[in-house]
Design a protein around this ligand. Sequence first.
Ligand code: NAD
Ligand code: USQ
Length: 409
Amino acid sequence: MRVLVLGGDGYLGWPTALHLSRAGHEVGIVDNLVRRQYDLEMGVDSLVPIPKIQRRVARWHEVSGLRMALYVGDITDYMFVERTISTFEPEAIVHFAEQRSAPYSMIDRAHAVYTQTNNVVGTLNLLYAIAELDPAIHLVKLGTMGEYGTPNIDIEEGFIEIEHKGRKDVLPYPKQPGSFYHLSKVHDSHNIMFACKIWGLRSTDLNQGIVYGQQTKEVALDDGLATRLDYDGVFGTVLNRFCAQAVAGHPLMVHGKGGQTRGMLDIRDTLACIELAVTHPADKGEYRVFNQFTEEFSVLDLAERVAHAYGGVEIAHIANPRVEADEHYYRAAHTKLLELGLVPHLLTSEQIESLLELAERYKDRIDLAAIEPTVSWRSTCSTLTTASSSTGNAVQAMALSLAEGWNHR
Ligand code: NAD
Ligand code: USQ
């Protein structure tokens, strides 16, 4: 199939592009490289060094003999989206291209506005471009389990049957997201569902849990094919962070009691789920939701597993910088991808050890100052802002000018 991977320079987009390419699909990558700008803005860097996207694409050709098309540009620019889709003529679009950090979206007004504009406008542009250019294109959109929040009842896959005053209906599952980032995903979901209804588009909304790990079959072939791994207080996700904290000799920072329970999955399963969604497209006019995770863990459970695997590392309960329940009921359905054939890689002690080994290999790159959480949900203006001023717009402008430069070459 011809598959366009939006956000193909990111943590998950890059290994997905490689995986789909190796599986025999014709792959095109779209990215405005803004993720690299967030690093510059915050003065942090991926734990694993990553080459420039142009170099990575060239390296993939050298290693595998396979080519991938590269389009550097911003999907909030409709002309760019239209031009790229008309040129590449995809059968499926995998959409990773959003600002994905909850803390980043909670820094201040500028970052919240940037996050919601970037995410909602980008997705809306895509919906219009698909409707106008080729409504048969299957949109595989990365959503998040965090759209549901932590209700005191079981979470279903996208929809729930409700009986109210003697009548029944199947309705979208209620959403109680926990950050302006997670809210942007809810807004996207509503827009996508509506576009499928009015224009007969087809889409799969993948409500993904927290991803851990860095090694996939293709990434492991060569250091020049590495994908990023974030451990900092803004973009680092919990298990990846705990492993970096352990090797840096830093206590594992559990927010509050650590009873926050989340759906999680190995990065290799992200790739498998995307491939399953792409190769089993939604029907015309169908909007479907898959909960994309394989296991549930509490934050404290993860910290204890890492402490057990590493030895000698402390667990510190710090005041929670977020507003979230740190003890709650959690049980979420996740059968649809299993029914399509997903065989999960569960979190074993070997997997934690391999993540710790990776962190050991790049230990010298760990900046202890970057580990501290800097964003508070309770404040409308977190300390990070003093260093970065009105960065949301500045970051976007920088990314746009970078993209312009590349496209005019
Ligand atoms: P990432 O930030 O590493 O990658 C996103 C990529 O999209 C970046 O390379 C960035 O430059 C690009 N991008 C952002 N805005 C763009 C725009 N307007 N135009 C073009 N490119 C743009 O994030 P990731 O961890 O790879 O996550 C990918 C997707 O998966 C996100 O949508 C995220 O919400 C979702 N997700 C991630 C996780 C996780 O644990 N990492 C979990 C659940 C869902
Ligand atoms: N946490 C800690 N200590 C840390 C880091 C996090 O206790 O050092 C806690 C957080 O308070 C939270 C939980 O761990 O309760 C998860 O935090 P996270 O930063 O790993 O994940 P989150 O902010 O939810 O976001 C990540 C991705 C996002 C994706 C989401 C999936 O960045 O793109 O949408 O996971 S989900 O959680 O299912 O919404």
